[in-house]
Ligand binder design. Structure first.
Ligand code: GCO
Ligand code: MN
Ligand code: MN
Length: 412
């Protein structure tokens, strides 16, 4: 192939994206409760060893592009859109005003707000640092975000306490730090109750998000299960207002089965919000877009959520790779992520209806014929042949993923 001039590269990307086919319309995409984070679209590709590869993007542009794609909801950190120095000032009010206008003009809703308690130097020792002034500031930030959430019409607030931990063991006392962190959340819930009453709105759903490894060396609340224990520890003044925002990759990172982690959250009635992405086990937080690495696992996750009637948001919390251009973020990265999600969602519906899986599952539940339920040998023998169906179900899921249940075949 001849070298391709820059002036022809976008049209090449567009042509090949069209050649992929299978994309949903913006209207079809909007039917799903999918949200696009400001920080994901505006991510410039920087990291510890990586200089940025993309230019900054304003919230006006992100919201407009999400609307064009058919992403109906938008989420943000406070400092994604308001410089730290402008928080609590008239400039904050002016920016929130501008955001509201952009959302209205584009028919996009703000579904979730979250507080950045990890980037600014003030949080060097985390949001629940020893110094009372840092904790007081953190509590004000959380309450301020709750206020912004109400002003923008959000229903969810997310908390990712990745900086709740330490680099140096022994320098902080874990029980004390967790108590202080709870005080911050209690302040956010108290502020919420007050603001919601004033504005005649329901209180927000406050969702905790765990991540096992970063950015602290050791994390005090590393998993969704740790968060569940924290919610029921007695430290929270309003445990009923606090639930979970698990992130798919964050559970995978520590070696969990994300589907099992979600199942535990479902059983506790705490699966309220879900960050969707993909990546690898026991690696850092690569935040790859949904379905690119583990599509079969994702299919299974969505079968679980569909069959339990999960109705919360699916938040596209991934980072477009550094190799994707500013143009590519909206031309390829976001539309294809949404389309893979919807395809997997539809496929999950097919799994639930599939006659082979249904009959196999029913047969496993029916079990074999047993006359004496104390006779271990009889029970074992009675179920033995049926248990082969576990593997057959796995094969059928693979077939559904590849469309073979609809007649797609390979050299047969
Ligand atoms: C990550 C985290 C963040 C949080 C966000 C919301 O992957 O680094 O998931 O993206 O979701 O900070 O509070
Ligand atoms: Mn996340
Ligand atoms: Mn992540």
């Amino acid at each position: 192939m001849k070298p391709i001039p820059v002036s022809e590269q976008r049209s090449l990307v567009d042509r090949l994206a069209r050649a992929c086919g299978g994309s949903y319309t913006p209207e079809q995409r909007r039917k799903h409760f999918i949200s696009g984070p400001q920080w994901a679209a505006a991510y410039e590709g920087q990291a510890l060893f990586h200089a940025p590869t993309r230019k900054p993007v304003s919230f006006e542009e992100v919201i407009r592009r999400y609307a064009e794609i058919g992403i109906g909801h938008w989420t943000t950190h406070d400092t994604d859109v308001i410089p730290a120095d402008a928080l609590f000032t008239a400039e904050q009010d002016a920016i929130v005003e501008r955001i509201g206008k952009a959302l209205r003009e584009n028919g996009v809703a703000c579904s979730m707000v979250t507080t950045e308690t990890f980037y600014h130097a003030v949080f060097a020792a985390g949001p629940a640092a020893e110094a009372g002034s840092v904790r007081e500031y953190a509590a004000s930030r959380l309450a301020n975000t709750v206020k912004i959430g109400h002003q923008l019409g959000a229903r969810y607030a997310v908390y990712w306490p990745g900086s709740l931990g330490y680099q140096i063991q022994g320098a902080v006392e874990e029980t004390q730090t967790l108590r202080w962190y709870a005080e911050g959340l209690n302040a956010a819930c108290a502020a919420d109750i007050e603001i919601a009453a004033k504005m005649g709105r329901p209180t927000l759903k406050h969702c905790l998000e765990a991540k096992p490894f970063e950015p602290q060396a050791e994390i005090l609340l590393p998993t969704s299960d740790a968060m569940l224990a924290f919610i029921s520890s007695g430290l929270l003044a309003h445990p009923d207002m606090v639930g979970l925002n698990p992130e798919y990759l964050h559970e995978l990172m520590w070696g969990a089965a994300p589907r099992a982690a979600l199942a535990r959250a479902l059983l506790c009635g705490k699966l309220w919000h879900f960050d969707i992405n993909d990546g690898y086990r026991l690696k850092h937080d690569v935040d790859i877009a949904v379905g690119l690495i583990n599509p079969l696992d994702w299919l299974n996750v969505l079968v679980l959520l569909r069959s339990h009637g999960y109705s919360g948001p699916f938040n596209l919390d991934y980072k477009p790779p550094r190799t994707t251009s500013n143009y590519g973020v909206f031309a390829v990265s976001f539309p294809t992520a949404v389309d893979r999600f919807i395809s997997l969602w539809e496929m999950a519906g097919e799994v639930m209806e599939d006659p082979v899986i249904r009959e196999a599952t029913d047969a496993l539940k029916a079990g074999g014929v047993v006359t004496d339920t104390k006779d271990v040998r009889e029970i074992t023998e009675a179920n033995k042949e049926l248990l082969t169906l576990h593997e057959l179900i796995g094969h059928r899921l693979f077939q559904i993923l590849l469309g073979m249940h609809r007649g797609r075949s390979y050299s047969v």
